[in-house]
Design a protein around this ligand. Sequence first.
Ligand SMILES: NC(=O)c1ccc[n+]([C@@H]2O[C@H](COP(=O)([O-])OP(=O)(O)OC[C@H]3O[C@@H](n4cnc5c(N)ncnc54)[C@H](O)[C@@H]3O)[C@@H](O)[C@H]2O)c1
Ligand SMILES: N[C@H](CO)Cc1c[nH]c[nH+]1
Length: 896
Amino acid sequence: MIIPIISELPSSPEAHRLLSASKTLPLRIYSQQLCSKQSSFDSGSIGLFPSNANFSEIHKMLNSGLDYALFEHSEIESAKNDQFYEKIPASRLGLIFNNCKLLSQFLDSNDQDLAVSIVKLNTIYYPELDMDLKSISQKAKNLRIIAELSFDTSENSLELSLQSIQALTNLGIDVCSDINNFSFEDTASSLNKLSYADSFISSCGIQSDRTDGLYTTVVTDQMGVCLGLAYSNNESLKQAFSLQQGVYWSRKRGLWHKGLTSGATQELLGLKLDCDKDTLFFTVNQKSPGFCHNDTYTCFDSTEFGNNGVLSRLGAVLSERKENPPPGSYTSRLFNDTALLNDKIMEEAEELCSAVTPDEIAWEAADLLYFMLTKATANGVSISDIEKNLLIKSKKIVRRPGNSKRKLGPEESESSKNIDLTDENGSKQAKISPDSEKSISESQSDNLITSLSHVKVPTPEGMKIEMRSFDKNNLSKEEINQLLQRPIIKADEIIDIVKPIIDQVKLHGDSAIKELTSKFDKVDLDSVVLTAPFTIPKLNENVKNSIDLAYNNIRKFHEAQLTDPITIETMPGVTCSRFSRPIERVGIYVPGGTAVLPSTALMLGIPAQVAGCSKIVLATPPAKDGSIAPEVLYVAHLIQAHSVVMAGGAQAIAAMAYGTETVSKVDKILGPGNQFVTCAKMIVQNDIMAMVSIDMPAGPSELLVIADMTCEPSYVASDLLSQAEHGPDSQVVLVGVNLTNEMQAEISKQLDEQANKLPRVGIIRHSIPKSFSIQFDNYEEAMEFSNNYAPEHLILQTAEPDSLVPKVLNAGSVFVGKYSCESCGDYASGTNHTLPTYGFARMYSGVNTSSFQKHITSQKLSKEGLQSISNAVMTLAEVEGLDAHRNAVYIRVKDN
Ligand SMILES: NC(=O)c1ccc[n+]([C@@H]2O[C@H](COP(=O)([O-])OP(=O)(O)OC[C@H]3O[C@@H](n4cnc5c(N)ncnc54)[C@H](O)[C@@H]3O)[C@@H](O)[C@H]2O)c1
Ligand SMILES: N[C@H](CO)Cc1c[nH]c[nH+]1
């Protein structure tokens, strides 16, 4: 390929055109002077330097994307600079030799690897006479050899020069020459210049493998999205190169300047050949609507970009929003509100740091990408600009150690026993001192207000795992209110994911469930439902006995919740009663994304069975091998489930809400789950067509422990960890009543020690920094805080825990005294573990027997009863202007 040498900035339109054409070629050489004017380099840039050049400058350039640094070999030799070869990495070094002999000698005597060599051929070159060059090209297999032609520009010699270029190309040697030796003008030869387009053709070495002699041409955009296939020949290629546009050879119509009539032109950005030089690769900036004759962006997908081009599409949409902001567009709002955009970037970055599972990480990374690209677009930076920088960074020869700018080193925490949560901008979030006096200065409090409930920085490995610690005496009312809040859930974004899933299941039933299960759970199901009787693999005896014990206790407690009908005579002859009836068809969701939960199957199935529901449908995600855990199947058998739906997430909820070919429709759906499950429950509950109700909205698990000086520190720590291990968003709270610093330090030590021995310590490193302890002076204040927080689980580890129970106003379930650990309630004591979270304990109860029942009232009035109530009913009906109501009484009493 031809490699132009560029020594000065273009001053004429022709020079500009030559320069921009040079940038489409794979390589170009810049003088030192031009190199020092560039802060970053396009891919394929080579710099020409004297041997006494400042090496730190050259390093900077290599770090900024310069591909190779070139030096005159003779200068290095004469400078006797022994360390020269140590200064530039061999893979980025090139040497210029004055003739073939010198290069040959260098190759024979020097074990120095080179990336590039340039051999100066000072006259018109006749390859058939130069045996040296032939032998060098065979000898130097891994070395790129470039011949510098000093053209004889007399008219006859120009033709010879083109022949030389072609002959060198055939030897696998590139040709470089000063860009001023070329011209795009038709009259190039009369100007004593070489035609740049002809030189390009002669040097590219393309050969057709087709009978019609055309060159297959792959066309992509800057992001590598394939737009389609076209054909070229020498004529079209010359046009493409000289116009810097997409010009091809149509097999039907001949020369085809893409978009000349439709306006969908292409700016040519890059031109290269494939490995065996029979296919061209054009990189273009495609103008709208696109490359395809069907007016789509690519020829391969009717949806414009297809899956491969999602980032391209996002880039295009962002640019479009910037140019033509539609009213009410959120992106346009971000363009105009830099502070909001910066806040969103920080928020999403923190969420990405907190993400643990691959799904969460992909989700959060996508959010962050959107906001990052919005910032880039707002400032005129395109995705290909970002890619260019990634490429430059990948070429760095000197790298920083890669330490974070955040002060989170273990040494620092060891020495100061403080965690200094300094954010990327250097602003303090909160200074935490577990063993020393807690204090939050005035100046910190502003930051604290935004960060108290939203600390998302996980504890790095090797650092002490500890909760943030506060004293209510150092906090304002507003700060205490901040602590009571749970993290904000991004409902809109989750709805955008869940709604299409529900619609898909509604529309395509079982086949949609199979498709979604394959997508999200990576399981290909043959059938969606297992129907009773179930085939249960043999269970370990101890496991089976434990499930049986739990079943009996939970059943006893839930049977006790069955209520007798109420019958009462409100007035003589007026009898009112209330009785319960089971909800006939119920769906119970047993989560299974990160853990198998037979205990949740017990907690939901037993009250349903006790209530007498006639059809219990259990849904749970299948394991990777498509099976359902034997423990869950055993529980399904114990609770006499009608069927097991082998699906999870929103698709399982939709299937039970609407029914499919094999999944039975239900009247109520109960059970916990992740944000997709919860969102789907909320959506189907609001769809009148589904006619389905739900138990309650659910969120990540929570626990609040109230402890005084009589508590056992190791028990407190173990309880906190038992809920912190559920998920990265779980929150645990220690409410201390007059705990000394020593006691707090002991609980903190126990927490760290126990956490580090747990297999789920990775999750705990996320959940514990989101958790906190807070100290109060008395039980009243502690209870008030707990009631305002409304925890899912409340543990009382105090001297007289029973005395605090009457003061509990809001909580899902209470665990009284130091032996009542929360785990017992999770599995086997008898109470239910499906409980309201997120503060919903203020108005919701946990799942219980009545969750599976409805209560029906009835009444019976005697003649006397009607007589005695009639005046009141008719008067009130009159007040409301509802005469038909009044008349129904009047017609009965008028004759008496
Ligand atoms: N409050 C309680 O009583 C209680 C009891 C047990 C579990 N939990 C909670 O339930 C939750 C269980 O969550 P889980 O994820 O382990 O199981 P899950 O069964 O709730 O969710 C798993 C399903 O989510 C779907 N899903 C995953 N990624 C998705 C995506 N990107 N888009 C759409 N759908 C996707 C998949 O279909 C998968 O089957 C946890 O938060 C846990 O703390 C609460
Ligand atoms: N603690 C959970 C309710 O928040 C339930 C559970 C299931 N398995 C263990 N625990």
